[in-house]
Design a protein around this ligand. Structure first.
Ligand code: ASP
Ligand code: MG
Length: 424
């Protein structure tokens, strides 16, 4: 017997038929003797509709554009999950499974006060565990909790992944199964490289890199939480037949397990290639080389909520002037440039140059911590395709390369193949 948290996203509960299908997945696990809690999202499109309703309301006289009361936003937007949790509980009951819905405040899932983007502070798992012991399935509304002001709080878009992982940690589940519309995590985007393979396992750190780089399977925050609490998280598809024999195969069910690296026996050097398009590069030329200059650049950018990614500073030739290059999402490039121009005197530089339409390709793998020559392999392969590298940054488990956006797909396929990731 295991204790499992099963999470179903919006496309998995998109209509009543899909909700019945989800109930069959849940019943399968219950029939196998497992203790089960389920976390659900709102039906696909529902949260967007609710957000649009809020945004089309008249504003308080004199309020800033896009201002609305965040507590009321939460009261409205959290309702989508309330509906699916009730519907799924009824669907389960109709199949003879004892089930009960739970809203965030009933558990309770306690959050901080940041309405609209709240963080979970604490979850009391006691009542859920009691219910497990009498064989009842808890069907929990994801994406929501209760703030210190005793009001509903939502966790930010995509937050039900985080709800599921946090609940799994709170009830010490053996596994958190994330059911979605893809059947796992792939070595790269299969739309770019059809030879991409589904991974059996990926380490938390690697998944964090993949997710931050736009492999949109899981909310990034949920992966961080899973890593901190060591919640074994299994990504699988709700579109697979719930009663297919392989679905209950304990050794090799279809999907990808995100787990501690110790659990991965055959660790490859490189596990995946991720990419981010629409990057812009900004360079400050002949920047004065003195203490505080980086703070003078990146402080104001952070204050303007500009997400800075790769940062490359050169070593100065004569100790007085240097160059600094960094990347931002293309959409923020103009804003970043004007922030820098406004602060020109404080920072002290000659010119700022920028270029949009770039792509960042990243090679990810824990195995590169203990292998030499991984980066050289990438550089050689890209050179053979005449792809020019504009900037390079590395971490222990990642090499990121900035190139012209037009070559993004070619670069992804080239690297996928050179590291032996292609499906044979
Ligand atoms: N329904 C919420 C959203 O669309 C939460 C989620 O689906 O994870 O953002
Ligand atoms: Mg989601």
């Amino acid at each position: 017997m295991a204790r499992i948290v099963m999470k179903f996203g919006g496309t998995s509960v998109a209509d009543l038929d899909r909700i019945h299908n989800v109930a069959r997945h849940v019943k399968r696990e219950v029939d196998a003797g497992h203790q089960v809690a389920v976390v659900v999202s709102a039906m696909a499109g529902k949260t967007n509709e609710l957000v649009n309703w809020v945004q089309s309301m008249p504003m308080v006289a004199g309020a800033e554009a896009s201002f609305y009361d965040a507590r009321e936003y939460d009261a409205i937007v959290a309702s989508g999950e309330q509906v699916t949790s009730g519907l799924l509980a009824i669907a389960l009951q109709s199949m003879g499974v004892d089930a009960r819905s739970w809203q965030g405040w009933q558990i309770p899932v306690k959050t901080d006060n940041a309405h609209g983007a709240a963080r979970i502070l604490e979850i009391d798992g006691t009542e859920m565990i009691k219910r497990f012991e009498i064989g009842q399935v808890a069907v929990v509304a994801g994406f929501q909790g209760v703030g210190p002001d005793n009001r509903l709080a939502t966790l930010g878009r995509g937050g039900s992944d985080t709800s599921a992982v946090a609940i799994a940690a709170a009830v010490q589940a053996d596994r958190c199964d994330i059911y979605t519309d893809v059947d796992g995590v792939y070595t790269t985007d299969p739309r770019v490289e059809p030879k991409a393979r589904r991974m059996k396992k990926i380490a938390f750190e690697e998944m964090l890199e993949m997710a931050s780089l736009g492999a949109k399977v899981l909310q990034v925050r949920s992966v961080e939480l899973a890593m901190v609490h060591k919640v074994r998280t299994f990504v699988r598809s709700s579109f697979d037949d719930p009663d297919a024999p392989e679905m209950s195969d304990p050794n090799n069910p279809p999907g990808t397990l995100i787990c501690d690296e110790d659990e991965i026996v055959e660790q490859e050097v490189v596990t995946g290639i991720a990419y981010a398009k629409d990057e812009a590069q900004i360079s400050l030329r002949r920047l004065s080389d003195r203490p505080g200059v980086s703070a003078a650049i990146f402080g104001p950018l952070a204050d303007a909520h500009i997400n800075v990614d790769m940062i490359v500073q050169n070593i100065s030739e004569d100790g007085s002037r240097t160059d600094m290059t960094f990347t931002v999402p293309s959409g923020d490039a103009e804003k970043a440039q004007s922030v820098l121009e406004r602060n020109k005197d404080v920072i002290g530089y000659d010119v700022v140059q920028s270029e949009s339409g770039l792509a960042k390709i990243s090679v990810i793998g824990i195995g590169m911590r203990s292998h030499a020559g991984v980066a050289a392999t990438a550089f050689k392969a890209l050179a053979e395709k005449s792809i020019n590298i504009k900037a390079i940054t590395t971490s222990e488990i990642k090499i990121s390369i900035l190139i012209d956006g037009a070559y993004a797909e070619l670069a992804v396929r080239t690297l996928h193949s050179v590291y032996g990731l292609d499906k044979t």
